[in-house]
Design a protein around this ligand. Structure first.
Ligand SMILES: *[C@@H]1O[C@H](CO)[C@@H](O)[C@H](O)[C@H]1NC(C)=O
Ligand SMILES: *[C@@H]1O[C@H](CO)[C@@H](O)[C@H](O)[C@H]1NC(C)=O
Ligand SMILES: *[C@@H]1O[C@H](CO)[C@@H](O)[C@H](O)[C@H]1NC(C)=O
Ligand SMILES: *[C@@H]1O[C@H](CO)[C@@H](O)[C@H](O)[C@H]1NC(C)=O
Length: 187
């Protein structure tokens, strides 16, 4: 964990009276650098998308997610949390067919985990019950199904190198989406 990240967590934990907006501001900064780091790590994993065109697949992104501007700030945090968690689970699956560097995948898992911890702190401390129950909302369920389809696809393709390349590209784009969601935290 780098120093900047530690500082931000300390700020969040030691000043529980700071306003919601300050936390979100820190979260946004932290999340956007974390997303970039994840994308950088994903780019270092081998596999050429142009070799895997016939394995492409439409995983049918939930329609609620397509219009992030309609989400409330609090709910966007849940969406991001769910995405990070599901992406984490995907990268714990068997990728031995890909020849990927295990150190890079491990770094990716650590990065995802740290970011989930930070989000969890905010979600736990700042949200009332009403907003917490949104974690079980239809949007989140649809999002879970989306990642479930990805897992099922990998399994059906027997974790082939090309299947992983397709998924790596899909998830790479997801981090750009997370950053777009994050921009709402500014308002
Ligand atoms: C992962 O897949 C490889 C190749 O298909 C297989 O040899 C290996 O046993 C699997 N590892 C695990 C932990 O399932
Ligand atoms: C895996 O990646 C790490 C970190 O980038 C690097 O130090 C290491 O040499 C790589 N290992 C292989 C086998 O390429
Ligand atoms: C839930 O979030 C909304 C803003 O989206 C806020 O107005 C409301 O007070 C929150 N409810 C609780 C119980 O914290
Ligand atoms: C993941 O990335 C794909 C490809 O860009 C995109 O269609 C999809 O909306 C993203 N999913 C999420 C949950 O952001």
């Amino acid at each position: 964990m780098n120093n900047r990240c530690i500082l931000q967590i300390v700020l969040l934990l030691c000043f529980p009276t700071t306003t919601l907006s300050l936390s979100y501001h820190l979260l946004r900064l932290q999340q956007s650098s974390s997303s970039l780091e994840c994308q950088k790590l994903l780019q270092q994993l081998n596999g050429r998308p142009e070799d895997c065109l016939s394995d492409r697949m439409d995983f049918k992104i939930p329609k609620e997610i397509k219009h992030p501007q309609q989400l409330q700030k609090e709910h966007a945090a849940f969406v991001i949390y769910e995405m990070l968690q599901d992406i984490f689970v995907i990268f714990t699956r068997n990728f031995s067919n890909t020849g990927w560097n295990e150190t890079i995948v491990k770094d990716l898992l650590v990065e995802l985990h740290q970011q989930m911890d930070l989000l969890e702190t905010i979600l736990e401390k700042k949200l009332g019950e009403e907003n917490k129950s949104w974690g079980n909302s239809r949007t989140i369920l649809h999002l879970k199904s989306y990642y479930w389809r990805i897992l099922r696809y990998l399994k059906a393709k027997q974790y082939s190198s090309c299947a992983w390349t397709v998924i790596r590209m899909e998830l790479f784009q997801n981090f750009s989406f997370i950053n777009r969601l994050m921009d709402h935290f500014q308002n």
